[in-house]
Design a protein around this ligand. Structure first.
Ligand code: NAG
Ligand code: NAG
Ligand code: NAG
Ligand code: NAG
Ligand code: NAG
Length: 395
């Protein structure tokens, strides 16, 4: 369990530029009739602290599974031709055994849409190398039929033949990226909206991703909404992230200081933990320490910065309330940020964003803090809406 969390500390922001050319490739989500054009994808939590979907690729279908990465730029899975690959729970995808697999030739709009510094055409096969949240990977670009939950679609994907990911991702064979790029699942299926609801990681229940018309909140006055925003004028290319603007933060009744203009929040499902701008992080750490009322461990468990022995933690930690542009307030209860880590230790599942070496004052909202909140991304209205939910009941 330790490795992926530790790997967070080398979490590097992906710098592939989503250059030009919207290719809404094969553009359709062929869902079954029951979902009226929408689709439901069950996802499950793994020991590596990721949310993962099982799916199949090709004809006849071959099983695969991938981490659902909200900011992920592309869909990729390891292929049979792999020279340097990590262990996975399913057999490597064999493109030669699928009669719907098409290797992407060079020079097509799809191949040309890949930035030239990461594209590598040889022998008329479109190949690429990309940094992903899990590590650097490279392979061939291909298209094939994917069946994910109730969704069926022909997708362009990375048929990975080399990666620098050591060991294993604890089962998955790749990543399904939902990010704001031409190559993500969301863009390729052309959906106007998607939503997800992450069940508590220790509930032993599936979570769900909803694509297209199945993505909707219960509403009933509980839903809040905030615009998706862009970051302008800084060196980081974070265009693949869905972003909102944080304007207020409270721990219980205490105001937590933020920079005068607030902080841009990157929504993320790959990192289980959140990163707060340093001043806010220090204030939250202090408020939580006081509320828990136990002396913190002198040496917190890596990669955390604040841990308590569970037995000593008597006090109730406060709700954190994030207020986004437009007044949308999101409550994160202590159960979403105090992680029952292991061996009788409870750790604050948040770190200072100083640890990310980013040049801007960013906040990153990790998956643990999103549990039991249903998030809806409306790509026509460019809004994020959310409401508290029992995510175990939605999947
Ligand atoms: C952040 O910068 C420090 C000092 O330059 C370096 O040692 C560390 O590896 C960097 N961390 C990341 C995550 O890039
Ligand atoms: C995903 O697939 C693996 C085998 O590849 C299986 O063990 C697991 O139960 C599946 N999970 C779900 C939620 O379907
Ligand atoms: C491009 O691919 C060729 C053949 O697979 C390889 O030898 C070369 O190192 C690659 N170049 C880059 C820049 O990735
Ligand atoms: C953010 O950038 C995208 C792509 O460049 C653009 O389509 C969108 O309208 C921008 N949104 C805002 C709020 O400026
Ligand atoms: C668990 O805690 C006990 C007692 O504090 C300690 O001896 C042991 O090394 C710890 N085990 C791990 C895996 O941290």
């Amino acid at each position: 369990m330790g490795r992926p969390v530790a790997a967070l500390l080398v979490l590097c922001f992906i710098s592939v530029t989503a250059r030009a050319a919207a290719f809404r490739v094969h553009g359709r989500l062929l869902a079954d009739d029951a979902t009226e054009g929408g689709a439901v994808v069950p996802i499950h939590w793994t020991q590596a602290m990721n949310y993962v979907a099982n799916f199949t690729i090709g004809t006849p279908p071959q099983p695969a599974s991938a981490v659902i990465d909200l900011a992920g730029e592309l869909v990729w899975t390891q292929c049979k031709q792999c020279g340097r690959c990590f262990e996975q729970g399913t057999p490597l995808f064999d493109p030669t055994a699928s009669n719907t697999y098409r290797a992407e030739p060079c020079g097509t709009p799809l191949c040309e849409s890949i930035p030239s510094d990461v594209r590598n055409c040889s022998g008329n096969v479109c190949a690429y190398e990309a940094s992903t949240n899990a590590g650097d990977t490279g392979g061939m670009v291909g298209t094939d039929t994917f069946a994910v939950g109730t969704a069926k679609a022909s997708l362009a994907f990375g048929c990975v033949v080399a990666s620098d990911i050591d060991g294993t991702m604890d089962g998955p064979s790749g990543i399904v990226g939902l990010g704001r790029t031409p190559w993500s699942l969301v863009t390729q299926t052309g959906v106007a909206a998607f939503s997800y609801c992450l069940a508590p990681h220790d509930a032993g229940k599936n979570s769900a991703l909803f694509l297209g018309s199945s993505a909707k909140l219960a509403g009933g006055g509980k839903a809040a909404s905030t615009p998706l925003v862009n970051i302008s004028g800084n060196g980081n290319d974070l265009s693949n992230y869905y972003k909102v603007q944080l304007e207020g933060l409270k721990a219980g009744d205490a105001m937590i200081p933020l920079p005068p203009s607030g902080s841009t929040v990157l929504l993320d499902t790959f990192s289980p933990i959140s990163f707060l701008v340093d001043g806010a992080y220090q204030a939250v750490k202090k408020a939580v320490t006081v509320a828990v009322g136990a002396p913190p461990m002198a040496t917190p468990v890596e990669p955390f910065d604040l841990c308590f022995p569970k037995s000593g933690a008597s006090g109730a930690a406060p709700d954190l309330v994030f207020t986004f542009r437009g007044g949308a307030a999101m409550t994160v209860p202590a159960s979403n940020y105090l992680l029952d880590y292991k061996n009788g230790t409870v750790c604050l599942a948040m770190l200072s964003s100083a640890r990310l070496n980013s040049t801007t004052e960013l906040t990153l909202l990790g998956s643990l803090q999103q549990e039991n909140i249903h998030f809806l991304f409306d790509l026509d209205k460019e809004t994020l809406s959310f409401e508290p939910a029992d995510c175990t009941k939605l999947s």
